[in-house]
Design a protein around this ligand. Sequence first.
Ligand SMILES: Cc1ncc(COP(=O)(O)O)c(C=O)c1O
Length: 400
Amino acid sequence: MTAPSRPAGTSAAESRDRMAKRLHGLGTTIFAEMSALALRTESINLGQGFPDTDGPASVVDAAVQAMHSGRNQYPPTVGAPELRTAVAAHQRRFYGLEYDPDTEIVVTTGATEAIAAAMLALVEPGDEVVMLEPYYDSYVAVVAMAGGVRVPLTLHAPDFRIDLDALRAAVTPRTRVLLLNSPHNPTGTVLTHEEQTAIAEVAVEHDLVVVTDEVYEHLTYDDVVHRPMATYPGMRERTVTISSGGKSFSFTGWKIGWACAPPELVRAVSTAKQFLTFATGAPFQPAIAQALALGDDYFAAFRASMQAKRDRLCEGLADVGLEVLRPQGTYFVTTDIRSVGHDDGVEFCRSLPHRCGVVAVPHEVFYDHVEVGRPLVRWAFCKRDEVLDDAVARLRRGLG
Ligand SMILES: Cc1ncc(COP(=O)(O)O)c(C=O)c1O
């Protein structure tokens, strides 16, 4: 990046004063800090969740073809018709959910924009948003930008289940939205039927909107099944379901996401989206439409390959003495570093690249209750096998 982060001649403190108060404390994301550290120390980066192998070549060809056939100008704000139709077909095929592509689906610049647009569109200043802690970091930022107040619902190691009494207690007359994520980053937990039933009951009882981030919908392991929140009783009419082509097809850099919801909620999200980006990556939309229609063999092989990587990294981490909290889904595995004589994840992750050339991410930065996350560290396994093996070999030397 060449642009200065603040006007020349301005001190950090002055610059901070000029920044709106609602952005204070957001700082630089841990991913930027750790990725920069990975580069500086030539470390293996298991910090950031992106695969180091691209998705299907046929999908790349579709994007190239779209560029050559003139799909290079602003597409409709709500998205290309064939992508909205493909998302509707995907929701029907995998979950039996019906959405009208014309009024109930909006394409966004990644799931990130869908989450931001949903918060800006649905949260009034002072409204409370109940969200699972540890959080995906953009949730904190966009709730702050909307002037909302986050209310954490803490997931505790080792199994990261929701305390259903705490869920009920977290809802107040000021609660507007429940913001969920399952399969869950960073813990890898997948909400159970009991948890989802309880969430649906609470949402209906208090007439809440549920915004649910399901970007890892195709990445659940063993016999764990992902069920969208919108399939639960009373939920379809109050749920904004968010996903993206990044994680399901290994094109995280294309930033093609979407939200499915009843017309009133899609109108609200689209209204905000118009003034965030107006429109999203034209040639990538028809390509992701094609990806969504890939056969069941693609989805089964993708899941099996990620599950094998999960098993490979879990075994390696256990082998070097880390206590592994085996994930049911996502790209990530969590370890408790007390098993190797440490208890501060931030300190551990800052020193690890220097000690052995591996980057991981501390959970602590995803909590308000930082003490709960302090001994936990997240590792991404969406990497080539030889990269995972090299990382484990380095850890063996560095921790041994
Ligand atoms: C839980 C979760 N939501 C959203 C995103 C971002 O999705 P996208 O790249 O489609 O904006 C990520 C990426 O890591 C994620 O882990």
